[in-house]
Design a protein around this ligand. Structure first.
Ligand code: GDP
Length: 424
C-alpha cells in the first residue's frame, strides 16, 4: 500500500506531524521532491526537530527513510541533519539515497542569492537554498546525479563544460568572481565520501518492497498552490508538490498511490511573495501569527514571519482537487479557540462576478475575498480525543469546511504533538 501525505495550501500545513504519525505504521518513508528549502517541524519524545531534507520517518527504528530521485539533494545538509539527530539521542536512522537524485551544487546556492539580489524588489522571496538554479540545471540537462560521483573521469569532463556557462553568467550578468574547477572538484570529492554509505537504486528497492507488501509513505513538501504547473505561477517552487509527482520522484507506478492524505490548515499562512486572497494584516494578523502553529508562525528554515489569512475554501478545495485528495487531515484547529468569529473565504469576486473556482494567477491578482462568518467556540480544545467532545461551534466549523472541500475530513489535529489527533 502506498500513501502520500501532501499539502493543499501554500505549505506549512503540518504535513510533518501527519507523516510522523502515519510513520508509525509505515515501513518506508520517501521524500520525492523539493530540497532543504522548506522544513518540517516535528515534536516527539526525543524533543523538537526542524527537518529540512530528511524524511520525518527518521525517528522510528522500524522505518527506512529514502531520498528519492526527485529531490534536490544538498549533501552537507543531509550529512549534518543525520549527525544532529543522532547527537540528540535518536537511534541512527536507516537512510537510502537514490543514485539518480541530483546534487545541489555550491554554485546553485550562489546563483540563487545573486538572482534574488539582481531582482531586488521584484524577487521571489527565495530561501536561497539553490532550488530554482538546481531544477533549471536538471531540466537543461546540466545537473549532476549522485551516481556520477562514482565515475570521476566522465564527471570532471562534464563539469568543465558546465562551468564555462556558469562563469559567463557570473562574470557578465552578476559581476561576481568566477568558479574554479579545482574548487568544485574538491567539494564533490567530499560529497562523495559523505553520501557513499547511503546510495541505492531506489526504484528497484521500492519494487521489491511493494512485492513484499510493505507500507510506503510518500512525503510531500510545500502544497498545491506552490506547484509549478497548478499553483500560483511564477510565485511557486521549482518541483511539483503534487501526489502525482510522487510516482516520478520516488520511481513507482502512479496507480500504486491509493491513499492521498491531503493536509489542510484551519487558517491560512504563506511564505514568500505571491497572490494571497484571504490575507489579513495589522494586529489581527499579528495575533494569529503569535498564536499559530507551535510557538508562532515563523519559517522553519528561515525564521521569517509567515503571512497570515483566514481559511480560504476556494484555494483549499482546488488544492485538494489537484492533489486528488482521498481524505483530509485538518490541522492547527486548536489555535482558533480565541476568536469570537471566524471568517471563511467562500468565493472570489473578480470584476464584479463571484466565483468558487480558483483562477489562474493573472485573474487571481484581481480577486477579492467573499467571506461567510462562523461563530467561534471560545474554548481550548487541546487534550480532546473524541470528535463528539469538541464544542458544537468547533464541529460546525469542521463540517462547514468539509462541505466546502467536498472531501471527508478523517483527522483533526488539535495540537503539535504526535498523538494530538482526533479521528473521525
Ligand atoms: P509542514 O511543513 O507542513 O510540516 O508544516 P510546519 O512544520 O512548517 O508547520 C506546522 C507547525 O505547526 C509546526 O510547528 C507543528 O509543530 C505545528 N503543528 C502541527 N499540527 C498542529 C496542531 O494541530 N496544532 C498546533 N498548535 N500546532 C500544530
Amino acid at each position: 500500500m502506498v500513501t502520500a501525505v501532501v499539502g493543499a495550501n501554500w505549505g506549512d500545513e503540518g504535513k510533518g506531524k501527519i507523516t510522523d504519525m502515519l510513520g508509525e505504521t509505515s515501513d518506508i518513508i520517501v521524500r520525492f521532491q523539493g530540497g532543504s528549502n522548506a522544513g518540517h517541524t516535528i515534536v516527539n519524545d526525543y524533543g523538537k526537530f526542524a527537518l529540512h531534507i530528511l524524511p520525518s520517518g527518521v525517528f522510528y527504528n522500524h522505518t527506512t527513510s529514502i531520498i528519492g530521485n526527485g529531490v534536490a539533494l544538498n549533501i552537507p545538509d543531509l550529512f549534518n541533519e543525520i549527525q544532529g539527530i543522532v547527537e540528540k539521542g535518536v537511534p541512527k536512522p536507516k537512510i537510502l539515497v537514490s543514485d539518480r537524485a541530483q546534487i545541489v551544487m555550491p554554485y546553485h546556492i550562489l546563483f540563487d542569492e545573486y538572482e534574488e539580489e539582481r531582482l531586488a524588489g521584484k524577487s521571489f522571496g527565495s530561501t536561497k537554498s539553490g532550488i530554482a538554479p538546481f531544477y533549471s540545471d536538471k531540466y537543461a540537462k546540466t545537473g549532476i546525479q549522485v551516481a556520477e560521483l562514482f565515475n570521476e573521469e566522465a564527471l570532471k569532463e562534464r563539469l568543465q563544460t558546465i562551468l564555462v556557462k556558469k562563469n559567463v553568467l557570473l562574470k557578465n550578468l552578476y559581476h561576481k568572481p568566477e568558479i574554479e574547477l579545482e574548487d568544485v572538484w574538491k567539494t564533490l570529492r567530499e560529497y562523495k565520501e559523505m553520501v557513499a554509505p547511503y546510495v541505492c537504486d531506489v526504484s528497484a528497492f521500492l519494487y521489491e518492497a511493494r512485492k513484499a507488501g510493505k507500507n510506503i509513505l510518500l512525503e510531500g513538501q510545500l502544497g498545491s498552490l506552490k506547484d509549478p504547473d497548478h499553483g500560483i505561477y511564477p510565485m511557486v517552487t521549482s518541483s511539483s508538490t503534487l501526489a502525482g509527482y510522487g510516482a516520478i520522484g520516488a520511481g513507482i507506478p502512479p496507480y500504486e498511490i491509493q491513499r492521498i492524505v491531503t493536509v489542510v490548515k484551519a487558517y491560512s499562512s504563506a511564505v514568500g511573495a505571491g497572490e494571497f486572497v484571504s490575507e489579513i494584516f495589522g494586529e489581527e494578523a499579528d495575533e494569529l501569527r503569535r498564536r499559530g502553529g507551535d510557538g508562532g508562525e515563523y519559517g522553519a528554515t528561515t525564521g521569517r514571519p509567515r503571512r497570515m489569512g483566514w481559511f480560504d475554501a476556494v484555494a483549499s478545495r482546488y488544492g485538494c482537487r489537484i492533489q486528488g485528495a482521498t481524505e483530509v487531515a485538518l490541522t492547527v484547529l486548536d489555535v482558533l479557540g480565541y476568536l469570537d468569529e471566524l471568517p471563511v473565504c467562500v468565493g472570489y469576486e473578480i470584476d464584479g462576478n463571484v466565483t468558487k473556482d480558483f483562477p489562474t494567477t493573472s485573474m487571481l491578482a484581481k480577486a477579492k475575498p467573499v467571506y461567510e462568518v462562523l461563530p467561534g467556540w471560545k474554548e481550548d480544545i487541546r487534550g480532546i480525543t473524541e470528535y463528539d467532545q469538541l464544542p458544537e461551534n468547533c464541529r460546525g466549523y469542521i463540517e462547514f469546511i468539509e462541505k466546502e472541500l467536498g472531501v471527508p475530513i478523517k483527522m483533526v489535529s488539535n495540537g503539535p504533538g504526535r498523538h494530538e489527533i482526533i479521528y473521525r
